[in-house]
Design a protein around this ligand. Sequence first.
Ligand SMILES: [Zn+2]
Length: 301
Amino acid sequence: MLRYLFIGLLGLFPLLTMAMCEPQRVMVQVLGSGGPELNDGRASTSYLLWLDNKATVLVDVGPGSSVNFGKTGADIKDVAAILLTHLHVDHSADLPAFVKGSYFSQRDVDLPLYGPSGNQLMPATTEWLAALFGENGVYRYLSDYMSGEASYRLNAIDVPLSPLKMKTYAISPQIELTAMPVHHGPVAAVAWRVTMAGCTVTFSGDMNDDFDTLSTLAEGSDVLVMHNAVPETAKGAAAHLHMTPSQIGRIVEAAQAKQVIISHRMRRTNDREASALAEIRRYYDGRVLFADDLDNFIVGQ
Ligand SMILES: [Zn+2]
């Protein structure tokens, strides 16, 4: 009887039930927990979101991520979208490997690729994709993936960088993507929030939060993946580009994130996890975990 009463109540409050993270349905797997260094023993930045045991959304595709994608057992034909936080090499360079590799899969539906618009330093995502796979691109032998003559088409979407507001893309009844411009020095950059099965996972990408936008995007996230590329003592260019651990603590506390994953780990932050955690703990007392390649986090637990 109680069970029926509960189901009846769910029917009365559909908005409430949509906001609840359904346990065991969504996982975040780390394909790359490192930055651009060659000798950090990590693949560069990339994350794979699983929904009901299917590889569903890829966030960044840094060097090494295509190899780790294969190790997870994921199938590229299942991926509904690729999201890019920015176009630095350590976040984007494996895209050609994913596209070429997909030739050997059964993929036959178009693949949207969302990334930032351009600025003075960086090309727009559409421009970057055309420079790779267009008729005059460096990988022009794969231009069928732009023209639609291949088994599917790559579609780039440029996310606006101004105003500093969220932009939402509903790509299926189950999956919503929301981007927010973030400050990564002179680099065009966005953070991403992905909502699926009522679970919300937010990815900071590289940033230093001078725009003060991330805590709004990440509000109430079930998982918030934060990049810790610099120690607390960072100054100059490094601090202009990246968040210090205390900044991370302030943001995750403001966002009231339920769980935090620290990634984009670099040699300058290696062996400083305890001090980084102490800085974060000055503001935030929730669960904080440090990412390694191929770690898999169940969302909503
Ligand atoms: Zn990076």
